[in-house]
Design a protein around this ligand. Structure first.
Ligand code: DON
Length: 303
């Protein structure tokens, strides 16, 4: 398969789409990003990267980082995490509070904000510095030592972080958060603010396509754990649009409100697409269209 040719074809086919939707406006530092920007990259399992458009431009990884914190916790702590967080789609917006009270402070899955806060809290217990541990891992897997936090985005989110604070305090009242909420939020906002390009993210997610094996050939996760993360990406990775994403794209995927989406081709490679215009559920309009086009053109879905 000529991946470069396929990506060029996709960029042509979706050329009218970037610019549709709106940049995330609840984080002021993200609201000013031009929604019409577009890039897509594919890393094969050997680490060769193909790309089109702004595939080397760093953007705010946001919730895509939740895949990596989950992997780090599972790698170090195994399945005990699943006592603190579920693995069912929520059917609710990513920042929703409503289910948490009915379900005794146990979030539905690790990719809604409540679940991601539990995972980051766990990583903080395991490492003593969750956001740095994550950054080290992303630098190693992407091969890019220049990756860093965008302190302006983290501060902007912190200044508008009442809802995440509410989620964290509420779960703390059930004993499902172990660190002081301000410490946890600090790590969570830094985690979300990491700037990465499509190429960085596609490379960093390579272990998901290699059934748990890291870029250097060492094993991070068992084959079964890698399957579990891919499965949760498929069922929960695009918030309350996960059914539509599975229907259109048919790949495990994780989106972020920076406009990125990471998608996994198990055994073959990882794709990352970026375009900041979001639909009403917080997923990149052009990003979903491009991945939809990819699986239609190539037949490479998991189904
Ligand atoms: O918690 C937030 O609102 C953001 N830092 C992350 C949002 C995002 O990308 C979607 N979350 N699931």
């Amino acid at each position: 398969m000529n991946y470069q040719h396929v990506l060029e074809q996709i960029a042509d086919d979706v050329a009218a789409t970037p610019g549709r939707g709106r940049s995330a406006d609840y984080i002021p530092a993200l609201a000013s990003v031009d929604p019409s920007r577009f890039g897509i990259a594919l890393a094969d399992t050997d680490g060769k990267v193909y790309g089109v458009g702004e595939w080397r431009t760093p953007f705010s990884a946001q919730s895509i980082t939740k895949v990596f914190t989950l992997a780090l916790v599972l790698a170090q702590d195994g399945p005990t995490l699943w006592e603190q967080v579920g693995r069912e789609p929520s059917g609710n917006p990513f920042n929703s509070l409503v289910q948490l009270e009915y379900e005794n402070g146990i979030p539905r899955n690790p990719f809604i904000n409540a679940g991601a806060l539990v995972v980051t809290d766990r990583l903080q217990t395991l490492t003593g510095d969750a956001s740095e541990d994550l950054l080290d891992f992303l630098r190693a897997e992407s091969g890019n030592p220049d990756l860093g936090f965008d302190i302006e985005v983290a501060a902007s989110e912190s200044a508008h972080g009442d809802r995440n604070a509410a989620l964290a305090h509420f779960m703390a009242s059930y004993g499902n958060i172990r660190h002081p909420v301000p410490t946890l939020l600090d790590h969570y906002f830094r985690q979300c603010s990491i700037e990465m390009s499509c190429a960085d993210l596609a490379l960093a997610g390579g272990f998901l396509a290699r059934h748990g094996v890291r870029a250097d050939g060492g094993r991070l996760l068992s084959r079964s754990e890698a399957k579990q993360i891919n499965a949760v990406m498929m069922t929960c990775g695009t918030y309350d649009a996960a059914g539509d994403f599975a229907h259109r794209v048919g790949l495990p995927g994780k989106s972020g409100v920076g406009g990125g989406i990471l998608a996994v081709l198990p055994g073959k490679g990882t794709l990352c697409v970026w375009s900041p215009g979001l639909d009403e559920r917080g997923n990149s309009v052009a990003g979903v269209a491009a991945l939809d086009r990819f699986t239609t053109l190539t037949g490479l879905s998991v189904f």
